[in-house]
Design a protein around this ligand. Structure first.
Ligand SMILES: CC(C)(COP(=O)(O)OP(=O)(O)OC[C@H]1O[C@@H](n2cnc3c(N)ncnc32)[C@H](O)[C@@H]1OP(=O)(O)O)[C@@H](O)C(=O)NCCC(=O)NCCS
Length: 363
């Protein structure tokens, strides 16, 4: 039997920060309200595209695995925010990496995209059709924040995370995964006009996130709990067998509610939403990278992961970690810096969504 061991991991987090206090300069809110309702303190905003961020995370993952890009068979990019839809962004990343022989595709199931991608790539390795894959989650979601909607614009941040998975005969990597999509719940999290529609021909386009926070909250907890029950049963495990839980980072209260429902001690849960907010498809690989850096991942650990996103898509997976928790090498690749402030970066977005932020600009 083939398995797909995780041998490399890498992330890219943009340097520019938008703190809750910064946010309170643009919308009617406060650090106290945002932190108590969501667990978020700040988010990072990117001056480069989803593809550039995903490329750097992938470079770092390849270095950690000690794998040459030319040996990769498949590049999967999980993302809701590709700069272009045709051609796909995975092909941009593949070319920039020099992954000459790799196939490349984008996968969009919103925040669950990385987990869906892991499941697909792992199954391809298990089936024997490929041997090495890069699975990336990257999002530049800051560009879709509608500053006239204070109930949602504070929730998201940009970033990228990636893993290298490789064929092995040892029982390692993503052992079981469950993917689902909750019926009749497409409208509660929706970015109308983000794609090709007749309104493009008339120029009548306004991209704005529609959001029903409490509806999503309830569906997310139930959907993830159902997927977790499914994967635990398939692996013959209970919550007590799990060493670390790395969930999607959308709201700390969702994570706490889920942990309580599963009787899972919060000390075993990876939480980094305070630092990054919700980075959508990047959230789980970013959290996994931080868990490794913080030495919370130990050799041989059994790790549970779960996610949900627009659709409402849901999923969970059980990962068995190998003996190695240190990167083999590091990469010195980087992204050209931006020399303005976060407000300068967002100037066009403020204008698009009708927010007067002229007094905050330095350029
Ligand atoms: C968005 C979310 C944090 C809101 O928390 P909540 O407890 O449901 O808060 P509510 O929407 O009920 O709003 C409560 C009050 O705060 C106000 N409020 C909303 N946004 C605010 C803000 N940024 N600052 C201050 N007050 C705000 C509301 O107007 C409302 O006021 P009212 O009681 O006077 O009407 C929460 O519902 C959530 O995280 N949902 C899921 C998020 C998610 O799934 N995201 C992405 C999916 S991958």
């Amino acid at each position: 039997m083939n398995y797909a061991e995780i041998t490399g991991w890498g992330k890219y987090v943009p340097k520019l920060l938008m703190t809750n206090d910064d946010m309170a300069k643009i919308i009617d809110t406060s650090d106290e309200w945002i932190f108590s309702r969501s667990g978020i303190r700040q988010r990072h905003y990117s001056h480069v595209s989803t593809g550039e961020m995903g490329w750097l995370a992938a470079e770092r993952a390849l270095a950690a695995a000690g794998v040459d890009a030319s040996d990769i068979d498949l590049v999967v990019l999980g993302s809701t925010t590709p700069e272009e839809i045709c051609p796909n962004t995975a092909s941009f990343i593949k070319n920039k990496l020099g992954a000459t022989k790799a196939a490349a595709f984008d996968l969009n199931s919103a925040c669950t995209s990385w987990l869906y991608g892991m499941n697909v790539a792992t199954d391809m390795i298990k089936a024997g059709s490929i041997k090495k894959a890069l699975v990336i989650g990257s999002e530049r979601i800051s560009l879709a924040m509608d500053w006239s909607k204070r109930e949602s614009c504070f929730l998201f941040g940009d970033g990228a995370g990636a893993v290298v998975i490789e064929a092995t005969k040892e029982k390692l990597g993503l052992l079981s995964a469950h993917m689902s999509c909750v019926p009749d719940s497409r409208e509660c999290l929706h970015l109308p006009s983000w794609g090709m529609s007749p309104s493009h021909l008339t120029g009548d386009i306004h991209v704005s996130l529609n959001f029903e926070g409490q509806e999503i909250f309830k569906s997310a907890v139930k959907g993830m709990a159902d997927s977790i029950a499914n994967v635990l049963e398939r692996e013959g495990l209970t919550a007590e067998d799990i060493d670390l839980f790395v969930p999607h980072q959308a709201n700390v209260r969702i994570i706490q509610t889920l942990a309580k429902r599963l009787n899972f001690p919060i000390e075993k849960v990876m939480v980094c939403i305070d630092e990054y907010a919700n980075t959508s498809a990047a959230a789980i690989p970013l959290a996994l990278c931080d868990a490794l850096t913080d030495k919370r991942v130990k050799p041989g650990m059994t790790i549970l992961t779960a996610s949900f996103g627009a659709g409402l898509t849901c999923g969970a997976g059980v990962i068995r970690w190998s003996d190695r928790v240190e990167p083999l090498q590091t990469s010195d690749a980087d992204i050209v810096p931006y020399d303005g402030t976060v407000f300068d970066l967002m100037e066009d977005s403020f204008t698009y969504y009708g927010v007067d932020a002229q007094h905050l600009l330095t350029k």
